[in-house]
Design a protein around this ligand. Sequence first.
Ligand code: GLN
Ligand code: ZN
Length: 761
Amino acid sequence: MITNIPGYPRIGSQRELKKACESYWTGKISLERLELTARQLRKENWTFLQAAGIDLIPSNDFSYYDQILDMCVTLGIIPARFQALRATFANPNCPELYFALARGYQKNNFDITALEMTKWFDTNYHYMVPEFEAAQEYQLYQPKCVAEFKEALSLGITTKPVLPGPVTLMLCGKIKDAELSYPQLLEKLLPVYIQLLEALQQAGANWVQLDEPFLVTDLDPAVSDLYHRAYSAIRQALPQLNVLLTTYFGGLEDNTVLALQLPVKALHIDLVRAPEQLDTILPILPEDKWLSLGVVDGRNIWKNDYAQSLALIEKAVNKIGTERLLLGTSCSLLHVPYNLDLETALDPGIRQWMAFAQQKVAEVMDLKQIAAGDLSPLADNQSAMISRKTSAAIHIPAVKARMADIRNVDMQRHSIFPHRQVLQQSVLQLPLFPTTTIGSFPQTTEIRQLRADLKKGVITEETYQADIRQAITETIYRQESLGLDVLVHGEFERNDMVEYFGEQLDGFVFTQNGWVQSYGSRCVKPPIIFGDVQRPAPMTVAWSRYAQSLTTKPVKGMLTGPITILQWSFVRNDQPRMQTAFQLALAIRDEVKDLEDAGITIIQVDEPALREGLPLRQAQRAAYLVEAVKAFRLAVSTVDDATQIHTHMCYAEFNDIIEHIAAMDADVITIETSRSQMELLEAFAHFSYPNETGPGVYDIHSPRVPTVAEMEGLLDKAAQLLPVRNIWVNPDCGLKTRKWPETEQALLNMVVAARNMRSKK
Ligand code: GLN
Ligand code: ZN
C-alpha cells in the first residue's frame, strides 16, 4: 500500500511565510530573503514527510499566495489590464506581477485592481479567481512546479507535483468574453498543460496529482465532455505518466462513472465526507485503475478512529488487494494547523483527542502498519476514542436534556410580524428611514492595546473595564450628536465576533498556534468546539446595560448567531453539526433573554456565515437552510413581541435563498448592498419580503466618504423596491476596520440622506 498526502500546510508553523511576505511587500526584506524563507519551509515539509515514511510527498503545494494564482501565472492566464504593467518588467512572471495579480497595483502611475477572491468550495480558504479572456495566448514561462520538483530532487526527495486539474481550473474561473466557450478554452489550455506535464516527467516525476474537486459537485452534462477530452489528451501525450486524479470535499455520486472512465492511473476519493462511496466504486473499479483512500480527515482536527478507517481499508483490500491501493488524508492538510505538539497550554485530557497536520501524517503511517497486520498502534487509539465517548467534559446531561426538550413553539415568535411591527413601533417611536450601524466602531490601536494589556496582565480588570466604558461613553455621545436613531455600544471589548463568545461558553477550547491560511498572508485561528455547549453566565449584558444607561435612544444588543459560530470554528465530529448549532442556539437564547430582561429593546443576532454553510450539492441545500433557520429562530424567539430582533448578513447573494431568509422572521435584516447598487435588493422585492430591511448604503471596505447624493440615490432605488416604512438606513457592515474621522463624516452624510428621504415622503 502506497501512502499519499495530497498537500501540506505552507504558511509555516510560526507563520514564517506570512511574516516574510508582509515584510517583502513593505520593502523590509529583499526578494532573496523571502525566497530563502520559502525554500526552508518547503525543505522542512519534504524532509518531515520523507522521514515519516510517506511515499507520495506533495510538491508545488507550496505557494506565496495561492495555488490557483500560481497556475494562472505558470500558464499565462493574465488579464489584459495587467499587460502594460507586465511589459515594464524584465522578467514577465516576476514576483512583482504575481503579487500585483494577488493584491492589485497602485504605484508608478498604475492603478490596477487585483483578481477577485472567493472561497475554495466549502472551506474558509480563499483562492484567486482566474479570468479567461478570448485574446489570451497561453504559454509556459519558468514553471514553478518544475522548479520545486527539481529543488526537492536536489535534496534527494522525489515528489509528486500537485496541480489544479484543467477542468477544475476552468470551472473555478470566470470567462470574461461571451464569445469564448469552455470547449474552446480547453483547446487553448491543453497544449500548455501537456507541455507542463512533459516538463515534469522529463525532470523525473513519476506521479502527478491533478486536483479535480469539481467532480464532487453537480455538473452540467457538457462538463463530462470537457473531462473526457482533457484526460484523453493527457493520456495520449503522456502514456507513461502516473496521473493521480484527486477528488475531495464530498462524494462522486452521479459523477462516479465519469470519474472512473477517465484514463488515469489512480483516483483519490474522500472517505471522510463520503465513506459510502467506497461501496459504489469498488465493484466497478476498472482492473487497471488504482484507488487512493482518503481516510484521515484533512478538514478537522480530531484524531482518526482507527477501527473505523480499518473497516474501510479492509473492505478495499478484500476486493482489490493491496497492490493497487493508496492510503492517505482526505484532502490537502492546508485546512488544519501544523502541529499539536506546540499546544502546550491545551488541557491534556482534550488534547489527546486531537491531531493536527503532523499527527495526521503519523496516523496515515499507523493505519498502513495496522492494515499490514501489526496492530500495536491500535490500543492507544482505542483508549483515546473511548475516553472521548465517555468524557464528562464533553457530555453534559443538562444540555442533552434541554436539547431533547426543544419544541416547535420555542422557534416561533408569539405573534406574526405585522402585529409585532405595530407593538415595536409604539415602544420605539422611530422615524421613517431609521438610521443605525451594524455594530462595531473603529478598533483603534489604543483599543487593541487595552485588550492586549489585559491579556498580558499589564493592566487590571478594573482599569480595563473603566477604559472600555470610557470608549463606549464616547461612542454613544458621538452617535447621539450625529443624530443616529438606533445606537450600538461599539464592540470594543471584542477581538473577534466568534472568539469573544467562544471564550465565554463551555465546550470551547483555543489554541496558541493553531493557524490556518485564510487567504494570502491572512491566517485565522479557529476556536475548537469539543463538547456540549452551554452558557455559564451572561456574556454581553453588562456592556449593553451600561451603554443603554447613557442614552434615551435605543441601544442594540449585539450577538453572533449559532450558524456563524459553527461555521468559523472547528466543530466536533462525534455528533451532527446541526446538533452543535442547536446547542449554540440555546446558549445565545439565554443571552437574548437576559438582554431583554436588562431592558434592551432591540437585539441583533449576526449571521454573516449562513450562506457559507450551504452544502456543495443542490439536493442537500434546502435541508441545511431549514435547519439553519430553525437554529436562528431558536436563538431569538424567546423575546416578547415588542422586542425587536435584528439580523445582519454580508457578502451575500440572496436570490436563491430568499425564502429561507424570510423564514428567519427577523424583524429587521441589514445586508450588504451598496457595491451592487442595490441590485441585491431585487431578490427581496421580487419575493415581496415582508419584514423590515436595511440595505447598506455605503461600502465600509474603503476609507472613502460617500456623498449625501449618492446615498440618497441608493435609498431612492430601495424605496422603489420596498415599502417605505420597512426601509432602514445603515452602512454595509461593521466599522471596526475604519478610522474615526471618515466614519463620522460618512455617518453624518448618511443621516442627512435619511432626513432628505423623510422630507420627500
Ligand atoms: N456586528 C458585527 C460588526 O459590526 C458584524 C460583523 C460582520 O458582519 N462580519 O463588526
Ligand atoms: Zn457584515
